[in-house]
Design a protein around this ligand. Structure first.
Ligand code: SAH
Length: 348
């Protein structure tokens, strides 16, 4: 596989074009074309000779949408093919305030969470920053978005992969996504979810990107957490909370916990009480999700009524909490489900 041109920042594109002995305005045309979601060969403002020079060094197409599924609720789910043939997936959800795209950061995942479909076959490879960015460039373009009027207004790093297990590429991606010359999406409109790689949470606070930092908690004690999340054997909940407080101190952004309600596992009254004593008074929000049942896994979702009861307990205890509306359940909404079923069906 050749290099991915979307890995480059605007400054790096300028240096590249200069190194080819081309005038500076070509860099602007090239960067604009890429920001519009075009492949190199599709950028009509560039002369043919420059395009063939670029194609010696770079893949023409970093990523392409190979299938789109539409849910009855308007949620769209995509299968993307990378230049090396690997398959990843993404989602676009419509809300009153705009459209949120969920992107993948790795092909597969090696974190091993028991409820998650992304990790079933482990991690195949990291995505480069340009491969993460191109998911958004392609979807924005597919829905008629431009740089000025984006079809994708918000981004969540909640697809397949653990963003902090691909730290360098993810930070580079965030810089390029928020760059004024590019799509220019504000960090406030970006959420990054981690299963809690505490050392990287500290590094990220030092990098100072003020986005919505989200941590997958899913349990209230380290022992119980380790039953579904192997990462709990490495970092404790206490260490996670300290790292979150450090992020708040450095960026001024409150943080969010995701808590997927699993029947018989983590949603009794005692768990609500635990959460209240862990989180009360902290600058945080709790996002409850009813488990999306994955066919390869045995864990079961709580029913809706119990989910609302759990939410009520948290609110009564003084926490800021919401129960996330389930979207796209009819099209394989949960992380990694679509890719898993695609790979399954192409094996048959
Ligand atoms: N690796 C990151 C990014 C994944 S984000 C992380 O662990 O945070 C996706 C969120 O959905 C995480 O909170 C993850 O734990 C959760 N999740 C994964 N599979 C799920 C499922 N089947 N049902 C409900 N939530 C799930």
């Amino acid at each position: 596989m050749k290099a991915i041109i979307q890995d480059l920042s605007y400054n790096q594109i300028k240096e590249l074009v200069a190194s080819y002995g081309q005038p500076a305005f070509r860099a602007k045309q090239l960067y604009e074309g890429l920001t519009q979601g075009k492949d190199i060969s599709q950028i009509s403002t560039l002369p043919a000779a420059l395009k063939s020079r670029l194609l010696e060094d770079f893949e023409d197409c970093a990523i392409k949408i190979i299938e789109t599924f539409e849910s009855a609720d308007g949620t769209k789910k995509f299968l993307f093919e990378l230049a090396d043939g690997n398959i990843i997936e993404g989602v676009l959800m419509s809300y009153k305030y705009g459209n949120t795209q969920c992107v993948s950061t790795q092909v597969g995942c090696r974190m091993g969470c028991k409820f998650c479909a992304s990790t079933l076959n482990g991690r195949i490879r990291d995505l480069s920053s340009g491969e993460i960015l191109s998911q958004i460039l392609k979807v924005n373009a597919a829905y008629g978005g431009t740089k000025e009027k984006r079809a994708v207004t918000n981004v969540v790093l909640m697809g397949s992969g653990e963003p902090f297990d691909n730290y360098g590429n993810v930070v580079e991606f965030l810089k390029n996504l928020t760059a004024a010359e590019g799509l220019n999406i504000s960090a406030r409109n970006i959420s990054l979810s981690t299963c809690g790689l505490v050392d990287k949470m500290y590094a990220f606070a030092d990098d100072g990107i003020p986005l919505n930092l989200t941590v997958s908690l899913h349990a209230t004690t380290d022992e119980e957490r380790a039953r579904t999340m192997p990462i709990a054997n490495k970092w404790s909940i206490a260490q996670i909370l300290q790292a979150c407080d450090n992020y708040f101190a450095k960026t001024g952004r409150r943080y969010i916990f995701e808590y997927s309600l699993i029947e018989g596992e983590n949603c009794d009254r005692r768990h609500a009480e635990d959460l209240i004593s862990l989180l009360k008074g902290r600058p945080c929000h709790v996002n409850l999700i009813r488990l999306n049942e994955v066919k390869e896994r045995t864990l079961k979702a709580t029913d809706e009524q119990s989910a609302y009861r759990f939410l009520g307990l948290l609110e009564k205890g003084g926490l800021s909490a919401t129960l996330r509306r389930q979207m796209g359940a009819d099209i394989g909404g949960a992380c990694g489900q679509l890719r898993a079923s695609y790979i399954d069906s192409s094996r048959k």
